[in-house]
Design a protein around this ligand. Structure first.
Ligand code: SAM
Length: 305
């Protein structure tokens, strides 16, 4: 039987490929808008889940991204999004309502994966500088019926966002060109440009409530770069490192592209002592037994917090 995900991808793909005068991604936005207004619809089996809708859109966006390809715009892969979603939902287990921020939301794929993993209890804010990606994620959030507020702006400029319980972010990596603005951050170096990924961590911590968590997809070499002394100093003063999770090499094209998941917590006034840091490595994801035992280890660690 054809799955709902396949039906949705086929519907978006046929719509986009028959509109040759528009960018493929523009046509996906138009197809989603027409779907929302009921003008045209994908053929769907009886009931459709939010994850089926997200995956169907994601497949079409992946195809469209080849045309719109820009370095640093890559959608967060599902395997990583699912892990972050698992972590996020376990860390927020005890809360009835969760406020969530993704300051570099791109297509929204990571954000929606996390929201879908957490059920119906999340209200999110998405910030992204690329206007096309914001329109794409806005139309996706409507189809997914996930409550998200969108900002099209440089996320390192002042953000009109109240402190949140949780930040998730696949950090844009590289130099941040706006030195004047970077001077507002502790991790601006004395010479040269600051690293965007450092400033995104700092901006995220600024927008967390005390006790809130930041879950970041970071370069695996984050703590060993030429500017890492700034990061070490910043983290020591402003955050608690709760977990560093190395991802399998097989997920990345080469060693320089390898990433890890970093979990930071914003300290609260009444917190006592320094909590343990979970240092672990994700096993080969196709190994079901190893993955089940890894997720059990994560769950036990969260339960101890
Ligand atoms: N999680 C996203 C997804 O699933 O599509 C992918 C995020 S991608 C690795 C990083 C994103 O950061 C890109 O979409 C890029 O346009 C955005 N970005 C880069 N610099 C930015 C800035 N200063 N302010 C806001 N967004 C920025």
């Amino acid at each position: 039987m054809v799955t709902n995900t396949e039906h949705i991808f086929k519907f978006l793909d046929e719509f986009a490929t028959s509109n040759k005068e528009n960018l493929y991604l523009e046509s996906i936005i138009e197809a989603c808008n027409q779907w929302l207004s009921g003008e045209v619809m994908p053929r769907l089996n009886a009931s459709v889940t939010k994850e089926e809708i997200r995956r169907g859109i994601q497949l079409a966006v992946l195809k469209g991204m080849k045309e719109h390809a820009q370095p640093n715009h890559q959608m967060t892969p599902d395997a990583i999004g699912m892990l972050i979603g698992h972590f996020a939902s376990r860390l927020m287990d005890k809360k009835d309502q969760v406020t969530l921020l993704d300051p570099a939301a791109g297509t929204g794929n990571l954000l929606f994966t996390v929201m879908n993993a957490m059920g119906e209890k999340t209200v999110a804010t998405s910030v992204e500088i690329d206007e096309l990606l914001v329109r794409l994620s806005a139309v996706s959030s409507n189809l997914l019926e996930q409550p998200v507020q969108f900002f099209v702006q440089d996320a390192l400029r002042p953000l009109m966002v109240d402190p949140v319980d949780l930040v998730v972010c696949d950090l844009p990596v590289g130099f941040y060109p706006d030195d004047d603005n970077a001077l507002n951050f502790e991790m601006m170096p004395a010479e040269g440009h600051a690293y965007s990924h450092h400033l995104f961590i700092e901006q995220s911590m600024n927008h967390l409530k005390g006790g809130g968590y930041g879950i970041f997809l970071v370069p695996a070499s984050l703590f060993e770069s030429d500017q890492s002394s700034l990061l070490h100093r910043y983290v020591k003063k402003n955050a608690l490192v709760r977990a560093v999770i190395q991802l399998p090499e097989s997920l990345f094209r080469s060693t320089v592209h390898e990433k890890s998941i970093l979990v930071l917590q914003k300290p609260e006034a009444n917190m006592k002592g320094t909590p343990d840091v979970l240092l672990t490595k994700v096993p080969t994801m196709s190994d079901k037994h190893a993955m089940a035992s890894f997720l059990r280890k994560i769950d036990e660690w969260v339960d101890e917090q």
